[in-house]
Design a protein. Sequence first.
Length: 269
Amino acid sequence: MRRFDTYGVVVTGGARGIGEATARRFAAEGAGVLIADIDEESAARTAAAIRDDGGRAEHAACDVGDTASVDAAVARAVAAFGTLDVLVNNAYACSDHREEFTDERDEDWLRDLDICLVGSMRCSRAALPHLAEAPGKRGAIVTIGSVNGLSYFGNHAYSAAKAGLISLTRTLAQQAARQGVRANLVAPGTIRTPVWDGRERMLEAAARAYPLRRVGEPADIAAAVAFLASTDASWITGVTLPVDGGILGSNAGFTDALAAEFAADAAEE
């Protein structure tokens, strides 16, 4: 028996990138997956591709900024699969990075916070009653955060929203525990997703900053999500799991600066 046989799963922002890889991972392990995405056409294509590969998948147009849209997507998953066992909060918005904080715009912050943070709350609120009814206390929420929520990497509004998700995850873990539902967060580093299309040189530069000397792939995050959603993690709740190639543990700028000074000293001796 596969890990997620008989499960129903909702993945928001599931049409591409991390969301698509996560949906494919769950489907490959037996789950029925609802691809919930604001881009309904792409969501339909991803669901069809999963079905072509022998998996169970449906799609729904879902704007996580709209409560009615979220409620409808959750209801569709329950109707399609007869159960909802896992919610993956993956939909996000990320405004442009601004070098000067005084150039920050209200509308950027309101959008990033609404889609990343409040959107995850809307989805979790809608899903929780169904997750609580999942057999064997297997209900789980896994939210996609970011290393931006743990350290400084720019994109200030997005980073603040992702930091808020860490607090939301702790809140959900405590609130949902009474109903047998777990809540955890995965914090990716730089991942090779479609947002980087045409910017391969930037990815190559980023890879050099990572101790493992590569950027992440969507499958790296999907594997972590699947673990936290599974009964293998049945005694884990409220945690933030960095999946980051070691970037949070490194200080390349500091060590590179010292290395240059050491080299200069050696040359003078």
